[in-house]
Design a protein around this ligand. Structure first.
Ligand code: IMP
Length: 194
């Protein structure tokens, strides 16, 4: 398979991702039997994972999204700012927080605290990827797709400067691209027109 510019290797193929998502969906469906969980995701990286997970659940489920500006995106005090709140009330609901990636855990820590204050009946986390070596706060993760070493990966929703989200697999970003700062990526790297 020829890889797009900027991708040095495929870490998880489309088939591997889909197999693991199916396993997670089966575990979640079993644990939530008889309930209607509310799946909560943070835009935008979680979209492909959330869509695939939802379609494989065998229990009825609701879905809603939040948007945040992460501490990475320029809040020097280490704070997370809520840009879009949920539209469905979490009070009394069984909430499953669905994440694409937990790294330091700081964004998730902030969001879980926020949701806990709203008194859900239960609150658990499902993440497709986990980088435990980078964790700064202790977080309970009930469902984990894959554990990753400290490598920057893209695809299946994960981006580098908003690119590569559309790749159906997860690949490793080449080191020279990661180190280069500022200039826009070549449009070929997006797999289509800018
Ligand atoms: P943290 O757990 O608060 O440090 O942040 C997790 C967020 O960082 C994820 O939701 C991603 O948006 C981003 N992130 C961390 N590692 C990667 C990566 O390897 N590729 C793409 N995004 C990443």
């Amino acid at each position: 398979m020829s890889l797009p510019p900027g991708i040095s290797e495929v870490l998880f193929s489309e088939a591997q991702l889909q197999r693991r998502v199916a396993e997670l969906a089966a575990a979640i469906s079993a644990d939530y039997a008889g309930l209607t969980p509310l799946l909560v995701g943070v835009l935008r990286g979680v979209v492909p994972f959330m869509a695939d997970l939802l379609r494989r659940l065998t229990v009825p489920a609701m879905v809603d999204f939040m948007a945040i500006s992460s501490y990475r995106a320029g809040s020097p005090g280490g704070q997370v700012r809520l840009l879009k709140d949920l539209e469905i009330s979490v009070e009394g609901r069984h909430v499953l927080f669905v994440e694409d990636m937990v790294d330091t855990g700081l964004s998730l820590h902030y969001l879980l605290r926020l949701l806990r204050e709203r008194r859900p009946a239960s609150l658990y986390v499902c993440t497709l990827f986990d980088k435990p070596r980078l964790r700064l706060v202790n977080l309970p993760l009930r469902y984990v797709g894959f554990q990753l070493p400290d490598r920057y990966v893209v695809g299946y929703g994960l981006d580098f400067r908003q690119r590569y989200r559309n790749l159906p697999y997860v690949g490793v970003l080449s080191a020279d691209l990661l180190l280069a700062d500022g200039p826009p990526l070549p449009s070929a790297a997006q797999g289509g027109p800018p």
